[in-house]
Ligand binder design. Structure first.
Ligand code: F6R
Ligand code: MG
Ligand code: MG
Length: 364
């Protein structure tokens, strides 16, 4: 029998303790309880966690992607959770819930969404990635490594099931357009776009047969709000093993920390630091940007796990390197390349400062 299951991550920052650090235990407990109540009803299973100040609702069900009931459950959980956060005086309480008029889908309302409907394999394995203080295009480099770089993914060379390559769906996050590339055939064209992380973000990856392999949340909360409300702090689901990159191949790109946009005020370049769940509390200069990775097994929608992948001492050196990279960047203070170029900061206060100075420029 073919079991079709949907895995949904819906995430939002609804307030955190003492700055943009982590939600309170009380708000986390409330969100957990609210989802647990739906187990055996709307949901098959669920797992609630957080990365930095973002609460991540991971849910399994049979309703498909963009299902009204699932989005409502997440929205109502966040709404009520934000009320609790307000009662506790948490910072930025409800900051990602941008509208009061919920219309059945949280897309465009502030929360980030990564969902995939799959036909379960006999032993389905997937990894949920969740990041804080960065944007969706931070996944461009690691997704390329996982699914298109044989120096990362040995299976692309060695495993006949991976050898034909994958398809990448790339979104122009400002232009509301998308384009699909085949790899390895079009790897250079793909790279020409996804290296421009201020414009293009990989939305999903498919096997050549059309089965989903990975999906990321690409909602731009600032574009939705029309003002600065922080970076999007994306989440991503990646399937692994038998026909997909092995779990070890999926997570290895994060052992080589790379620079991304985000960090303090969403306006700085910094390293992506892989950490275990308990260490996902960005504090130094509101960072460095963090990512957690949780590996699950799935059977008829039921979750087993997770394994907290980046808690592995195998990632200790990546953390050390990321701290060193952070030190290099912090030396630059308000200078580029630590500071992002103006186009990438359009929703911070910088445009206001530049506008104020406009009249004082003299021709030379
Ligand atoms: C980054 C982020 C923080 C804040 C910073 C200032 O995404 O959320 O770095 O931008 O702490 O916050 P406010 O303006 O709320 O004082
Ligand atoms: Mg926040
Ligand atoms: Mg955040």
């Amino acid at each position: 029998m073919n079991v079709r299951t949907t895995i949904s991550i819906i995430k939002a920052d609804i307030g955190s303790i003492g700055g943009h650090t982590k939600p309170s235990d009380e708000v986390m407990e409330y969100c957990k309880k609210n989802l647990e109540q739906e187990k055996g009803k709307l949901l098959i299973d669920c797992y609630v966690t957080r990365c930095g100040d973002d609460i991540e609702l991971l849910m399994t069900h049979e309703k498909g992607v963009d299902a009204k009931e699932i989005h409502s459950l997440a929205w109502n959980t966040f709404k009520a959770g934000a009320e609790k956060a307000k009662e506790q005086g948490l910072y930025g309480a409800g900051q990602d819930l941008l509208s009061d008029a919920f219309s059945g889908n949280v897309r465009g309302m502030g929360p980030g969404i990564a969902e995939m409907e799959i036909e379960e394999r006999p032993a389905e394995a997937f990894i949920a990635f969740m990041a804080d203080k960065t944007e969706a295009s931070a996944f461009n480099l690691p997704l390329y490594e996982m699914f298109a770089n044989p120096f990362n993914t040995a299976g692309l060379v060695l495993d006949p099931k991976l050898h034909e390559g994958f398809k990448f769906e790339v979104h122009d996050v400002k232009g509301s357009r998308r384009i699909i590339f085949d790899t390895p055939e079009e790897a250079y064209d793909l790279l020409a776009l996804i290296g421009l992380t201020d414009i293009y973000a990989i939305k999903s990856v498919y096997k050549k047969s059309g089965e989903i392999a990975a999906v990321a949340s690409t909602e731009k909360v600032n574009l939705i709000a029309g003002r600065y409300v922080g970076k999007d702090d994306p989440a991503m689901l990646v399937r692994s093993q038998s026909g997909y990159p092995a779990t070890g191949e999926v997570v290895d790109p994060f052992a080589r920390p790379f620079y991304i946009a985000g960090w303090m005020r969403g306006s700085h370049r910094g390293p992506m630091m892989p950490v275990g769940e308990k260490d996902a509390n960005p504090t130094r200069f509101d960072g460095p940007p963090r990512i957690i990775a949780l590996a699950f097994s799935l059977k008829e929608g039921r979750l087993t796990g997770p394994v907290d992948v980046f808690a592995d001492p195998g990632f200790d050196d990546a953390r050390r390197q990321a701290n060193e990279m952070a030190n290099y960047m912090r030396r630059h203070g308000p200078f580029q390349p630590h500071l992002l170029p103006p186009g990438e900061m359009e929703y911070t206060t910088l445009p206001g400062v530049l506008k104020k100075l406009e009249d004082r420029f003299e021709k030379i």
